[in-house]
Design a protein around this ligand. Structure first.
Ligand code: C2E
Ligand code: MG
Ligand code: MG
Ligand code: MG
Length: 292
């Protein structure tokens, strides 16, 4: 009896595996069509400077308007995109769309804010990442100073020689480099300072647990102190409550991002968060003298 039962369980498991595999294959062919059918959309989430209240940059977050399954969050399709190599095309689309959006805001005098794009480590496997980014900037007319690249801490720690060189070049061109989900990737201080990083984004799990766990609080404090000693900008992600905001302010955190300020929203909705400073901000050559 037990054997028969085990067989049934196995059969069921087998069927589930098949269903899973079929779902993947379907999703993958859907993914390829999704670009042609224009089913991807970017939402934007502001990062706000705690001292001035100004939006410093907006992060582009991809969503897939699936015809059958509705709006899919990135965790439903980024992994599959990475494993299948589709991530290269997807990232190109995200970069192009985000940069042209930032250029539009600028042209419509809605503001000069940086746009931040998440780069998958799989994307680096192509040898022409830098050229791909530069060609998007050229095609959209966006200045490099208005593009920010986010890479997760764990991705940064892989392949360090190459990544380090790449980011040094991107930074020399004027782009901003941010480390996403910081605190989860076990990087050491001595390691981190070798990378040409502008900004650390503290992972939202620490922000979430900070109010009830003294350990998490201590980690946040340490990350902020470390970032400051390395002259890095510090952003807390996933800020949802005023208590968290106050605590982070006390700790000297520079910027916050999270539902407290805004969820990721459509391009025309995020401009509501731009302040006059964003509108007036001109990226002029700092060497130029002030007009009399
Ligand atoms: P991430 O880059 O760390 O982005 C932050 C995620 O946290 C976003 O989820 C955002 O909606 C969510 N979030 C922001 N504030 C809060 C908050 O206050 N509370 C909570 N609970 N969540 C908050 P989303 O949009 O689902 O993106 C998930 C991840 O998918 C991103 O994490 C990023 O790693 C990846 N991703 C998104 N867009 C892209 C893309 O264009 N390319 C690549 N390679 N990855 C992307
Ligand atoms: Mg990010
Ligand atoms: Mg993040
Ligand atoms: Mg995160």
């Amino acid at each position: 009896h037990a054997k028969a039962c085990g067989k049934n369980v196995y059969k069921m498991f087998d069927r589930k595996m098949n269903e899973h595999a079929t779902e993947r294959v379907t999703l993958l062919s859907d993914l390829r069509l999704a670009l042609e059918r224009d089913e991807f959309v970017l939402h934007y989430q502001p990062k706000v400077d705690l001292l001035t209240g100004n939006v410093t940059s907006v992060e582009a977050l991809v969503r897939w308007m699936h015809p059958r399954l509705g709006m899919l969050a990135p965790d439903k399709f980024i992994r599959l995109s990475e494993e299948s190599g589709f991530i290269v095309e997807l990232t190109d689309w995200v970069l192009r769309t985000a940069c042209s959006q930032a250029k539009k805001w600028q042209e419509q005098n809605l503001g000069s804010v940086r746009v931040a794009v998440n780069l998958s480590p799989y994307h680096f496997q192509r040898q022409d990442v830098k050229e791909a980014i530069l060609s998007v900037l050229e095609a959209t007319g966006l200045e490099p100073a208005l593009l920010e690249i986010e890479i997760t801490e764990s991705a940064l720690m892989q392949n360090d020689e190459y990544t380090c060189a790449l980011f040094r070049e991107l930074r020399e061109l004027g782009m901003t480099i941010s480390v996403d989900d910081f605190g989860t990737g076990y990087s050491s201080l001595s390691y981190l300072h070798r990378f040409p990083i502008n900004t650390l984004k503290i992972d939202r799990t620490f922000i979430l647990n900070m109010m009830k766990s003294t350990e998490d609080q201590a980690i946040v404090t340490a990350i902020i102190a470390m970032a400051k000693s390395l002259n890095m900008q510090i952003v807390a992600e996933g800020v949802e409550t005023v208590d968290q905001l106050e605590k982070l302010k006390d700790q000297g955190c520079h910027e916050i991002q999270g539902f407290l300020v805004s969820r990721p929203v459509a391009a025309d909705a995020v401009t509501e968060f731009f302040t006059p400073e964003n509108h007036l901000h001109q990226h002029t050559d700092p060497a130029q003298p002030e007009p009399p």
